[in-house]
Write a protein that binds this ligand. Structure first.
Ligand SMILES: Cc1ncc(COP(=O)(O)O)c(C=O)c1O
Length: 391
C-alpha cells in the first residue's frame, strides 16, 4: 500500500494489530473458557481505530464490543461490523427504534426511560438492554432494590424489552487496596440475588478487575486498556499476570534542519535561547494534533538519540534540539522505539501528569493511523480525506 497517496503531511501514528491480537490472546488464556470478552472500543478504540481494533478483537475471540455512545455503535455498523455492540453510556429513549433496527444493545438505569421507550417502540421490535447498577462509582445506574424490582416488572410485562444483561462498574479495581472494591462486589451480588431471573450476560469487570479479581468475572468481562498493551495503573502494573505489548506509536519526519548560533531564539515568545551552536529540527506536529504545549521539554527520538522539544509547541509544528546535523526527512519517534531507546505512553502520561488512557485518546483525528500486521502496512485511516480520493 502506498501511504503517500493518502496523507500529505509527514506525521502519523502506527497501530500494531498483531500486538492487540497477542494481548487479547494472552488475556483470554488467563480467563476461564466460560468467560466472554467484551472488547471496549469506545473513543475510536482509545484513539487506536474503532473498526480495525474491533475486527482484530473479534478474531482473537471477543464475542461482543462496547462503546460509549450510540453514534460510535452506528459508525461500527456502517463500517460493516455485525457482532453485538453494547452502548455503555446514556442513550436517549427517543432513539430506541434506531438501536433496535441496528441490533445495538443499550444500557438502561431509569424506570421513566423504559416507560418512554415502551411508548414509542414499534410493535414487533425487540430492544436488547443491559441494566446498570451503581454500586459505588456514582456515575450511572440504579442504586436501590426498589428500583431494581420496578424495572424488572416493566421488563416482565413487555416482551419487546429484552433484558439481555446486567452490570456494574468498579471505581477502584486498579488500586492495591481492595476494601472498596469488595464492598461494590458484595452490593452487586445482593442485587443479583433478589432478581426473579438473572439475564444471560452478567459482567462487572474492567481490565484491572478481570485480571486481578477472578471472583468478579461472572460470565463476561469488559476489556479495554490491557488490549492496547497498557497497564490499568502504575500501582498494579508489576502485579499483572500477563505480558503486554503497547500497540500505538507516533512518528513525524523532520521537515527543516538549521544551525543556530549562541543566543538565537526559538518559537513563540522567543523563550528558548540557544546556549551555544546547536542543530535544530522542525517537526510537523503540534497541539492541534494532541501534542499539547505541556509537552515542551519532552524528548523525541532522532537517530536513536533522545532530543528535547525546545521552545513553545505551536498549533501544527514544534522544534527539537538535534544531537547533530541530520538530513531533512529523518524520522522522529515521539512514542515508540528507535535502536536501543524507547519512549512509552507511560512516559508521556507522566510528563502530562495524567493516566496512560488519555495519551492515545488525545492524538487527534488529523493524525492518520497506519495499521500494521507482520511489520507491513495493511490499511490506513485518514478522516480528513475520503478513502476514495485519488491524488
Ligand atoms: C463501563 C466501563 N467498562 C469498561 C471499561 C474499560 O475499562 P479498562 O479500559 O480499564 O479495561 C470502561 C472504560 O472506561 C468503562 O467505562
Amino acid at each position: 500500500m502506498e501511504e503517500q497517496r493518502f496523507f500529505f503531511r509527514d506525521t502519523w501514528a502506527e497501530v500494531d494489530l498483531d500486538r492487540i491480537q497477542n494481548n487479547l490472546t494472552e488475556i483470554s488464556a488467563h480467563l476461564s473458557k466460560d468467560v466472554e470478552i467484551i472488547a471496549v472500543v469506545k473513543a475510536n478504540a482509545y484513539g487506536h481505530g474503532d473498526f480495525q481494533v474491533a475486527e482484530v478483537a473479534l478474531k482473537a475471540g471477543a464475542s461482543m464490543l462496547a462503546v460509549a455512545f450510540m453514534d460510535e455503535a452506528l459508525a461500527l455498523r456502517e463500517k460493516g461490523i455485525t457482532a453485538p455492540i453494547l452502548v455503555l453510556g446514556a442513550s436517549r429513549p427517543g432513539d430506541v427504534n434506531i438501536a433496535a433496527e441496528a441490533g445495538i444493545i443499550l444500557t438502561v438505569f431509569q424506570k421513566e426511560w423504559l416507560k418512554h421507550a415502551q411508548k414509542i417502540l414499534k410493535k414487533d421490535a425487540a430492544l436488547f438492554l443491559h441494566l446498570k447498577i451503581d454500586t459505588g462509582m456514582g456515575r450511572l445506574g440504579i442504586r436501590t432494590e426498589g428500583e431494581l424490582k420496578a424495572m424488572e416488572r416493566l421488563f416482565e410485562e413487555d416482551p419487546r424489552l429484552q433484558l439481555h444483561g446486567i452490570y456494574t462498574h468498579f471505581a477502584t479495581a486498579d488500586e492495591l487496596d481492595d476494601t472498596y472494591f469488595n464492598r461494590q462486589l458484595s452490593l452487586f451480588k445482593d442485587m443479583l440475588s433478589i432478581m426473579n431471573h438473572q439475564p444471560p450476560v452478567v459482567h462487572t469487570s474492567n481490565s484491572a478487575a478481570a485480571l486481578m479479581h477472578p471472583a468478579a468475572r461472572f460470565n463476561a468481562v469488559r476489556i479495554g486498556i490491557v488490549m492496547y498493551g497498557l497497564a490499568p495503573s502504575v500501582k498494579i502494573a508489576p502485579e499483572l499476570p500477563v505480558v503486554l505489548q503497547e500497540a500505538f506509536t507516533l512518528h513525524s519526519r523532520i521537515v527543516h534542519v538549521k544551525k543556530l548560533e549562541k543566543g538565537d531564539k526559538v518559537s513563540y515568545g522567543a523563550t528558548y535561547e540557544a546556549p551555544e551552536k546547536i542543530w535544530v529540527g522542525t517537526l510537523p506536529i503540534g497541539y492541534a494534533d494532541g501534542w499539547i504545549r505541556r509537552l515542551q521539554g519532552q524528548e523525541v527520538l532522532v537517530d536513536g538519540k533522545r532530543s528535547p522539544i525546545i521552545g513553545r509547541i505551536c498549533m501544527d509544528q514544534c522544534m527539537v534540539r538535534l544531537p547533530y546535523e541530520v538530513p531533512v526527512g529523518t524520522v522522529a519517534t515521539l512514542i515508540g522505539s528507535q535502536e536501543h531507546e524507547s519512549i512509552s505512553i507511560n512516559e508521556i502520561a507522566c510528563k502530562l501528569e495524567t493516566i496512560n488512557y488519555e495519551v492515545p485518546c488525545i492524538i487527534t483525528a488529523r493524525v492518520p493511523r497506519l495499521y500494521m500486521q507482520k511489520g507491513k502496512l495493511v490499511s490506513l485511516s485518514n478522516p480528513l480525506l475520503d478513502e476514495k480520493s485519488k491524488y
